[in-house]
Design a protein around this ligand. Structure first.
Ligand SMILES: [Zn+2]
Length: 247
């Protein structure tokens, strides 16, 4: 029977748990707040003020950044948002208002607003009458509008790569306080005695500083001393060099 490559398996598990960034919980919260705020700014500055009401003209660079960000973060098409919002102003609080709390009910607008938006985006008359003056360049036609939801899918893949599938914030190393776990390959080899075919024990969180650093050496020695009886000096010495992940 073919045995799996434990180094690769451990690396995969480590990535699933922590992603590439291996952030702590407050860093994940900070990332969420910052990216959410960028999305809010994109809607209010770009879609609302600049595109729907033409209240300001943005430079091409921020303008295109907001289009890209909205494609990645929301999947909203500029022409659809602008047309629906202009119709909302033109038909405010009437039966033709796409999202009027007066005619559709406040709960419907609050909890099913996205459904109202998607239904109105499929009305050709709304797009033709209110969607003028919106981006219609090559990338809008061939990417942002044509593959509107794929941007959100791409963002999902990026977030999975950065944060892992589980999104578990990592705790500090037990021995040196570092938040970085050891590379999976060194974990596997250290735990298994560098044999790819033997099954490793579950790795404990320790640091990435490497066996050569004083912190790793000291914490390995300390850990070994707490686990070994004082009389087994020779076995303690050999286990110290075997690996720093036995804690
Ligand atoms: Zn408005």
């Amino acid at each position: 029977m073919m045995l799996p490559d434990w180094a690769v398996l451990n690396a995969a598990i480590d990535w699933l748990a922590n992603g590439l960034w291996n952030l702590s919980w407050w860093q994940v919260v900070l990332y969420t707040l910052v990216t959410t705020h960028i999305t809010i700014a994109a809607v209010t500055i770009f879609l609302h003020r600049s595109r729907a009401h033409r209240a300001l003209d943005l430079h091409a660079v921020p303008s295109h950044f907001f289009r890209l960000w909205l494609w990645l973060g929301t999947g909203m098409v500029t022409k659809e948002w602008v047309a629906i919002h202009r119709k909302h102003h033109a038909k405010c609080e009437t039966e033709e208002d796409p999202h009027s709390p007066q005619t559709r009910g406040i709960e419907t607008v609050l909890w099913r607003g996205a459904e109202l938006y998607r239904a109105e985006a499929k009305v050709p008359e709304t797009m033709a009458k209110f969607g003028h003056g919106t981006p219609n360049d090559w990338i809008e036609r061939n990417l942002y509008t044509r593959y509107s939801w794929q941007g959100v899918g791409l963002m999902l893949i990026i977030n999975l790569a950065l944060f892992g599938a589980i999104g578990r914030p990592s705790g500090p190393c037990r021995c040196c306080g570092s938040r970085s776990p050891p590379p999976a390959s060194s974990t596997a080899s250290a735990t298994t005695g560098a044999t790819a075919t033997s099954r490793p024990r579950t790795p404990a969180p320790t640091c990435r500083r490497g066996a050569s650093s004083s912190a790793a050496k000291s914490c390995t020695t300390t850990t070994t001393r707490t686990r070994r009886p004082p009389s087994s000096r020779s076995s303690r010495t050999s286990s110290t060099s075997a690996g720093s992940t036995s804690a």
